[in-house]
Design a protein around this ligand. Structure first.
Ligand SMILES: *[C@@H]1O[C@H](CO)[C@@H](O)[C@H](O)[C@H]1NC(C)=O
Length: 204
């Protein structure tokens, strides 16, 4: 089609094209719809709650499960004290919430951790997959991964032995294409022992 002669028509089809692309790949629908698409059960949690596991693990499962239920949160992630398939204890949860200010959805991570030793250095690993394919992978020095002037800063090294309670909000960008995202994160200490291991999965 010669675009100069039929410019109105061209404009029209270009618009239709972009609107279609937007609706198919990017329009996530209302936050309520995203939230309901993400209400699924964690099989490991079910297994532990049904009595398969030791006392400490069961206690952590109950505490975090009642926290989620009491607030009617949609849980999209779990943070454990290890990356092992079985026997890992809950230290936190990530939930999905409607983003009232900026639209779309936002994530909020609640994490209660007790450090036995001082944490002055460590490595943070993050990998993200989209639609089953690796999308992003990175590794940071934990104590240096945030900028000095970052908003919502939550890392303040060194951490003395003791208990810490963190609440970390992170916007899920509205421009992300629709699909299933999976993220794995882990934090190791100076001796390269895993001290936190998190898994999250969400559908846009
Ligand atoms: C996490 O820690 C906070 C502050 O100490 C506490 O109020 C909350 O109950 C803890 N959450 C869980 C699920 O244990």
């Amino acid at each position: 089609m010669n675009c100069r002669k039929t410019s109105i028509l061209c404009l029209f089809f270009t618009c239709v094209f972009f609107v279609t692309i937007y609706v198919i790949y990017f329009n996530h629908g209302p936050p309520e719809k995203i939230l309901s698409a993400n209400s699924k059960t964690n099989e490991y949690l079910q297994r532990v709650l049904e009595g398969d596991g030791d006392e400490e693990v069961l206690k952590s499962a109950r505490a975090w499960n009642s926290f989620i239920e009491a607030h009617h949160y949609v849980s999209i992630g779990d943070i454990y004290d290890s990356c092992e398939e079985d026997g890992r204890k809950w230290l936190g949860k990530t939930v999905l919430l409607p983003d009232k200010e900026r639209g779309g959805v936002t994530s909020k991570t609640f994490l209660n951790v007790t450090f036995e030793e001082t944490l002055a250095d460590g490595e943070f690993f993050l990998s993200v997959s989209y639609g089953g394919k690796d999308l992003y992978e990175n590794q940071w020095k934990f104590c240096e991964m945030e900028e000095e002037d970052e908003e919502d800063r939550w890392i303040f090294c060194p951490y003395k032995p003791g208990s810490y309670s963190w609440v970390i909000s992170r916007k899920i960008p509205n421009y992300l294409p629709k699909g299933t995202y999976k993220a794995t994160a882990r934090l190791t200490n100076e001796n390269e022992d895993v001290i936190l291991c998190g898994f999250a999965e969400f559908v846009l």
